[in-house]
Design a protein around this ligand. Structure first.
Ligand SMILES: [Zn+2]
Ligand SMILES: [Zn+2]
Length: 168
């Protein structure tokens, strides 16, 4: 997945601003995001639970992308490869939270209003559960073509594929 390679090798804070982010990672970013980014990222990372059949439970990506999985030829199911880790571990969460930060919402823990601000099926149904409910929602299953994945991926793709800058 080209996008994952790009976001994995670059500073997500700069990428979220529509810059290339090459040459440093987020912990060395010249933009001052304060502690808010790291706090928020850590919360999403530890609280999100990817539902069954919503991709790799480790990185959140489709199992066809993550090296941790291989299709069992006899029943076409995904099975874990022992000793193999997710090659894009944590990238998805780091990227999405950086984009939220750029939108100026997540760092205030106001995920509820952040979610209402983007048009995505299902999001508007969220009432006022705030951050926790938002994180739960993001771990839910979402399928596009044969790609079984989750709402976090959907959100990332919606932003990251929108153009040079995902911020609208
Ligand atoms: Zn940067
Ligand atoms: Zn994985």
């Amino acid at each position: 997945m080209r996008l994952m390679q790009e976001w994995n090798k670059a500073c997500v804070i700069c990428k979220a601003k529509g810059e290339d982010g090459i040459g440093h990672m987020a912990d060395r970013c010249p933009y001052d995001v304060g502690g808010g980014y790291w706090k928020c990222m850590e919360r999403v990372r530890t609280e999100i639970r990817f539902k069954k059949f919503s991709g790799c439970f480790g990185c959140g990506l489709w199992q066809g992308i993550c090296h941790r999985w291989v299709r069992n030829p006899s029943n076409a199911r995904w099975q874990r490869r022992s000793g193999v880790r997710c090659q894009y571990s944590g990238v998805l969460v780091r990227a999405v939270v950086a984009i939220w930060g750029e939108k100026g919402r997540c760092f205030e823990d106001d995920m509820d209003s952040m979610m209402r601000s983007i048009e995505m099926p299902g999001l508007q149904d969220l009432s006022h559960g705030g951050f926790e409910q938002g994180v739960q929602f993001l771990g839910k299953r979402w399928q596009i073509g044969e790609m079984e994945t989750n709402r976090l991926v959907q959100m990332f793709l919606r932003w990251a594929e929108a153009g040079e800058s995902p911020v609208g």
